[in-house]
Design a protein around this ligand. Structure first.
Ligand SMILES: Cc1cc2nc3c(=O)[nH]c(=O)nc-3n(C[C@H](O)[C@H](O)[C@H](O)COP(=O)(O)OP(=O)(O)OC[C@H]3O[C@@H](n4cnc5c(N)ncnc54)[C@H](O)[C@@H]3O)c2cc1C
Length: 293
């Protein structure tokens, strides 16, 4: 019953990949979960999304009416790189409302309830619809098997699978005995897979990706956001480039659990502040003050 996440080994001809200190990366393992961008397609994104965002940005700084700006953007009156530059600097400045005007809808399937519980904690700018465990009577509910269990102690794996399969078996027996699905489902483990539709505006998607692409995030939800980023890239490399761990735009890591610096993507803020203090002390010793800009 348990669907195992399988590993794709590199071919013998492939060069060995350099190991990094980044933890818990699900790497290229096929976890059996999917994220498919339902809407918009590339054509719509290319034709309308950048002009809509540009119109929102430009309206703030222009005497022109927004409909005129939009018409001109669609007509190709503005250089597309200049449009991207303005959008990029507005996003970097944190003027996030400008990117709330465009949304992306995903079909998300095969994720565990462990993941979906984390995902639906996001509230602002995002909508979810999830497969019901009340109305759906599962004939063979699929589950996620974490790699640490799949590749760990064989005895523990066997016991784990017996428990999960036992729970699903009991669920089926309860349904057969007339227990309503909404009650029988209480026996489902967190490992049970589920499906959702998620629509998020670009601001929410960047925020969620910042948290969930971070190496401190749980491996399964991190993989989901890797797939989501891949989907956005496939319709717009420009917009996709804003989906990154939060440390990338920040320039430093603010995660408490990375104070030891084991994730090397960006230096921890404690190190940055220490380096600043050292520099300031050295400058003072030399009779200068560091300029504060
Ligand atoms: C690595 C990691 C570990 C976590 N561990 C735990 C845990 O142990 N226990 C736990 O309960 N949760 C945990 N969480 C969930 C976390 O606390 C948040 O609930 C979740 O990430 C949703 O993010 P958000 O609050 O930014 O919400 P979003 O809905 O994505 O909100 C986006 C932003 O909008 C603003 N906003 C939204 N709603 C409000 C509001 N009501 N008032 C004011 N501003 C608002 C905030 O600026 C917020 O950052 C964890 C998350 C991560 C990434």
């Amino acid at each position: 019953m348990t669907a195992q996440a399988t590993t794709s080994e590199p071919a013998a001809s492939e060069p060995a990949r350099r190991k990094t200190a980044i933890p818990k990366n699900p790497g290229r393992r096929d976890l059996g979960l999917r994220a498919t961008l339902l809407f918009p397609n590339r054509e719509i994104v290319e034709r309308y999304y950048v002009p809509v965002i540009y119109t929102a940005c430009r309206t703030c700084y222009s005497e022109q009416d927004p409909d005129e700006i939009f018409r001109r953007a669609l007509a190709g009156d503005f250089d597309s790189l200049k449009m991207q530059k303005l959008i990029g600097s507005v996003i970097e400045s944190g003027h996030g409302s400008t990117i709330e005007h465009v949304v992306f809808t995903f079909a998300i399937s095969g994720v565990s309830r462990t993941l979906s519980h984390q995902l639906v904690r996001h509230r602002a700018g995002v909508a979810f619809d999830q497969q019901s465990q009340r109305y759906v009577k599962f004939k063979g509910a699929a589950t996620m098997l974490p790699h640490s269990i799949a590749e760990g102690d064989p005895d523990l794996r066997t016991r784990y699978e017996e428990q999960v399969d036992g729970a699903l078996g009991l669920y089926g027996d309860m349904l057969q005995a007339g227990v309503p699905g909404e009650d029988a489902r209480f026996i489902f483990p967190n490992a049970t897979r589920t499906n959702l539709v998620m629509t998020a505006n670009l601001r929410a998607l960047i925020h969620m990706s910042g948290l969930r692409l971070c190496t401190m995030a749980q491996w399964e939800i991190r993989r989901l956001f890797q797939l989501i980023r891949h989907e956005i890239f496939s319709v717009s490399p420009f917009l996709g480039s804003f989906l990154a761990p939060k440390c990338v735009p920040l320039g430093y890591c603010d995660e408490f659990n990375n104070r030891d610096g084991h994730c090397p993507i960006r230096p921890h803020k404690d190190r940055v502040l220490e380096a600043w203090a050292e520099k300031a002390a050295a400058a003072r010793a030399a009779g200068r003050e560091l300029p504060v800009t």
